[in-house]
Design a protein around this ligand. Structure first.
Ligand SMILES: *Cc1c(COP(=O)(O)O)cnc(C)c1O
Length: 361
């Protein structure tokens, strides 16, 4: 860390009382309750990233011509702090730092150095440690960068803000795990070759919302996107990667190739699955194969994976003109074992053989 990167503490004038905080954290849901503080840094060409502060969470004053509002130059990350028996931990935060730098490159934005990213996240977690839930909740952390320059010309902005906010969240599945139902979108695609599919940018989500709404209209929890060129190959869900468990011990998952977001949960699950003796095939898998394999029984389980839900079994697949179920339509045994293995490491109840757990305090 250089001095320019260090984070100044600005005291909070009226932090939430312990009693009010406990009430807010009783049943927080997802992304609705926020902790007291935020971390911010500013970037300009002359000084680079500077003016790091941790202070009361408050609205930004940005110019109506701020480039992000017009051309969507914005990227984000999503990660969680967990309360374990030994203290508060993060899961592979350096992977989030690295991915955010890659997203920044794709979106022509200045990358945040890895040590500054980790320092910002740790500082917020330490400052708002009381907001990290007990039990099976966690403190969801949202680092993001946006173009704040007031300029309507089209080029990469010359001013940015990096910010981290935090939100206590409950268990993704209230009252125990259950398999999700997914909708395969015909009309919409998420990402095309050469596009921004591998960058974690807000624009990808803006483009996915209409398809997610269509999924919800069809009583599905999540949307599955097929590739943009042929509408044939399974890519991923709106915000989660997807894996298929076969009856002969293979685990098939679509390959990263620019149109799929490289999930940290995906990478972790693939390693744990390989160690558990599954054969990993990262290869294109078509919707036709998915349907045929589910109907023949060759496909035993399918699951979605990402930071929010960790690992979620897929029980039923719906599409224009039909539907099919997978295995026993429930949360399968391999899915359950992989989830338990990963959650165990994150929660400090299983050995961390890969050095994935990053102690904050
Ligand atoms: C964030 C994200 C994922 C999951 O990534 P994790 O690092 O596992 O949380 C998957 N797909 C999309 C589109 C995402 O934005």
């Amino acid at each position: 860390m250089t001095d320019a990167d260090s984070i100044r503490h600005v005291p909070h004038a009226s932090p939430t009382s312990a009693e009010a905080r406990r009430a807010l954290m009783q049943n927080p849901g997802f992304g609705k309750v926020f902790s007291d503080h935020m971390v911010t840094f500013t970037w300009n060409a002359e000084k680079g990233w500077h003016d790091g502060e941790v202070k009361a969470r408050a609205p930004f004053a940005i110019d109506p011509a701020a480039a992000v509002l017009h051309y969507a130059q914005e990227i984000f990350e999503g990660m969680k702090a967990y309360r374990t028996k030994d203290g508060i931990v993060l899961f592979r935060p350096e992977e989030n730092a690295r991915r955010m730098a890659q997203s920044a490159e794709r979106m022509a934005m200045p990358p945040v150095p890895e040590d500054m990213f980790i320092d910002a996240v740790e500082t917020l977690v330490r400052t708002d440690a009381d907001w990290v839930p007990e039990g099976d909740g966690s403190l969801y952390l949202r680092p993001f960068i946006f173009a704040s320059e007031a300029f309507l010309g089209v080029r990469p902005a010359l001013q940015y803000i990096f910010c981290v906010i935090a939100s206590p969240v409950g268990a993704y599945f209230k009252g125990g795990y259950k398999a999700v139902t997914v909708w395969v979108s015909d009309d919409y695609t998420r990402a095309a070759p050469g596009g921004t599919g591998a960058a974690k940018c807000g624009g990808n989500y803006a483009a996915s919302l209409i398809a997610q709404a269509e999924a919800n209209r069809n009583d599905c929890d999540q949307v599955v996107f097929l590739d943009a060129a042929e509408h044939r190959w399974v890519e991923e869900l709106g915000g989660m990667n997807v894996c298929f468990v076969m009856d002969d011990g293979r685990l098939v998952t679509p390959p990263l190739g620019g149109t799929i977001l490289p999930g940290i949960t995906r990478a972790s699950v693939l390693l744990l699955a390989r160690e558990a003796g599954l054969r990993i095939e990262e290869r294109p898998y078509s919707f036709e194969e998915w349907k045929a394999d589910a109907e023949s029984g060759k496909l035993r389980e399918a699951f979605a994976c990402g930071t929010a839900a960790v690992v979620a079994g897929i029980g039923e697949v719906r599409f224009n003109g039909g539907s099919f179920t997978i295995g026993n339509s429930g949360d399968g045994p391999v899915t359950g074992r992989l989830r338990d293995a990963l959650v165990g490491i994150q929660r400090g109840t299983a050995e961390d053989r890969h050095g994935w757990v990053h102690r904050v305090e």
